[in-house]
Structures are given as C-alpha cells and as structure tokens.
Write a protein that binds this ligand. Structure first.
Ligand SMILES: [Zn+2]
Length: 375
C-alpha cells in the first residue's frame, strides 16, 4: 500500500508523488514552493500534499479493511465517475481527528469534492448522512457480490448434500444436453455413470451397496469423484441463469414482485432437524434445514438419499454454516408461535461448508464501550 493513502491522499496523487520519489519526510521537509518548482507538481497537488501529511496517519489495517470492503471503489457513485479513490473522513478530520473505521469512507475525487462543499445550498452536495448510508449499503453489496462469486466458483470445502436427480434435471433443462465435466471420461470409463448422466445402477448390485444412499457408501468406489462431477455440473448450469442471493429476496417488496421459481443461494448458519427421528439416515423422512428471519421462515427440504456421508448427516443436525443452492418452490402464509409468518419452501440442489461466509453479527464498535466502568 502506498503510504500516502494513510494520510487521506487520493491514490492517483499518491502514485504521482511516489513516481517523483516524494516520501512523507521529503514532503514534510520541502516547502510548498519547492514541491511546485523542483518536483513539477501543480499548486493544488502541492497544497494537498502539505496539508495532508500534517495529519495523523490512519492505521494500515483499517485502510486495508475499508478498501477491501468497498472493493477499492467510491461508495457514492460506485466507480462511475472515476476509478481513483480517496479515504474520506465523514466527520471532517479538522474537527474530529477521528481515524476510526466508522468515520472513514472510500470516495472518488469527484464525490470527495462534493462532500467538502460545506455551507453551500447545492442540491448535489453530499452530506455525512448520505455517506454513512451509501457506505453501509455499498459494503453489503460488495460482500454479497463476493459471496456470489464464491458461490459460483464452488468455494465449498465439504459438500454435504447433492441431489443428483435434480441437478441432472436442471442441467438438461438449461443446457439441453448433459454438460461434460473434467470427470466425465473417467467416470464413463469406470462404468460409474451411464451415457444418460445417471449413476450406473449396476454398481449397487456389483458391490452390494445400499440403493437408497447412492453417495454415502460409495467412497471407495469413486463417490468423491461423482460428487465433484455433479457439483461442477450444477455450477456450470447456474452460471447460465440468474442466481439470487436469498438475502436480497427476503424483502416484502421482492415477495410482492414474486420470488417463486427463482434460483438462489444462501450463505450462513442454518438449523437442521428431522420430523421425528434423531438419527438422519436413508430411512429418515425428509430432513429440514431452516432459518428464521421475521417475518420469514425459510425451509429447505433435504432428501436423506443424497446426503454424502455419515459426517454430513451428523453435521446437518448441528447448526452448521452452509452455502445452500436451491430453487424457490412456494410461499405461504402460516401462523408460527402465534405470529403471522411467511413460509418459504426452497428445494436444495446442493449444500456444503463454504470457505468463506457472510458475517452476520455486526462488528463490535470499541468506541461504544466505556471501559472505565470495568476498572
Ligand atoms: Zn464517486
């Protein structure tokens, strides 16, 4: 990271200064006049540099987090006005000297200029309130986009469930033929799958396997490859259709527009349960995983047949963090614990443990804690 960014200098000017070998101490020890004459900067650039380096630098970790969570992009125009960015103090530095995460936002030089037009009755003036709102919204959007990229990249450690039938059905419907994966040839050569794309049923008899759990007791015969094969097929298919973040659909405005039939992913903690039994196996009735977010109650019906391992069965009942791919089948009004609730029925294609998931608990703002009370 260019050190000058920490002083609230925009990245373009910081790059120019760096190319002229201007570091912080040189800027400090060089008069504004000399910055213009000797270093060939314009008057405005020299003023900004001199003024900025008199501030306390912002902590590098804070800047890194801020830039990453904003995708290095202005939260007001989302990069439409300029690629350049600047770290802006929401409550102006002169007044606040506040370099905390909450007081900082990423802006482009254009919007930065508008944010500093104080006291003017301009319609397009940007207020601190505007910036806080834009920053919060933009950070959420950036996170959702990055999780969506991970979802489409298949960023899953352990796939606990993959509904082979439903994946094949969707793949055929969208691609009009079964897509080929890097595993197809090997699976065909070893007679693990048929030309139709299905798992070869002869295998169950040959190896005396349980037909009801085609993926679970298959490991030594290539189930890892099979699971990966169908997962890649699913990802390829989902890349061709619109895949929504469930968080974006769980809004009354979206429900009114209609969400049934949409494909979506969810990333985060879920609750798992069976209807009656404690142990989830091939004899279990469909298992449910759910989340509750008032007024919504979201349920994914899990066919135990396609759970991939015993570990997976164990895990499903224990509040795992999952990345779940599914299609919204139905929505209905029900009464739950005396409250009107919208029950959303999603049929899952696959789910597993993501390498990265959404952070749903808000950061603890150290500023809000009065530590003196604990002394
Ligand atoms: Zn901007």
């Amino acid at each position: 990271m260019n050190n000058l960014i920490k002083y609230g200098i925009d990245n373009d000017l910081a790059t120019i200064a760096e190319s002229k070998n201007l570091n912080i101490s040189t800027i400090k020890n060089t008069s504004k006049r000399n910055l213009v004459d000797k270093y060939n900067l314009n008057d405005y650039q020299a003023t900004i540099l001199k003024r900025s380096i008199s501030r306390h630098p912002i902590d590098e970790d804070i800047i890194q987090e801020l830039l990453e969570r904003s995708a290095f992009t202005c939260c007001i125009c989302k990069g439409h006005k300029s690629d350049a960015y600047i770290i802006h103090h929401i409550e102006h530095y002169n007044k606040s000297q506040d370099n905390s995460y909450e007081n900082l936002a990423v802006l482009c030089p254009n919007d930065h200029e508008l944010a500093h037009r104080e006291g003017e009755a301009l319609a397009n003036k940007i207020t601190p309130k505007n910036i806080i709102r834009a920053k919060t919204k933009w950070e959420k959007e950036v996170e959702s986009n990055s999780i969506k990229r991970l979802a489409l990249d298949g960023d899953v450690n352990d796939l606990d469930y993959i509904n082979v039938n439903r994946v094949l059905e969707l793949a055929l419907q969208i691609n009009s033929e079964i897509p080929i994966t890097v595993y197809t040839d090997r699976l065909l050569d070893n007679n693990l799958i048929l030309k139709t794309g299905n798992i070869n049923p002869e295998l169950y008899e040959k190896y005396n396997l349980n037909k009801n759990t085609p993926l679970k007791f298959f490991a030594m015969y290539g189930s890892t490859m099979l699971i990966q094969h169908y997962y890649e097929m699913l990802l390829f298919t989902l890349s061709k259709i619109t895949l929504y973040d469930l968080d974006d659909l769980l809004k009354i405005s979206e429900i009114k527009k209609g969400i049934v039939g949409k494909y979506c992913f969810y990333s985060g903690g879920v609750y798992g349960r069976t209807y009656k039994e404690k142990i989830i196996d091939e004899n279990s009735t469909p298992t449910l995983i759910h989340i509750r977010r008032k007024p919504f109650f979201v349920e994914w019906k899990v066919d135990p047949m396609y759970i991939t391992s015993s570990t997976a069965s164990w895990r499903i009942g224990r509040r795992p963090v999952y990345l779940v791919y599914g299609k919204i089948i139905d929505i209905q009004e029900i009464e739950k614990d005396g409250e009107k609730t919208l029950l959303i029925d999603i049929r899952p294609y696959a789910f597993g443990i993501p390498n990265k998931s959404k952070q749903r608990t808000p950061d603890i703002h150290y500023r809000d804690i009065d530590y003196s009370q604990y002394e």
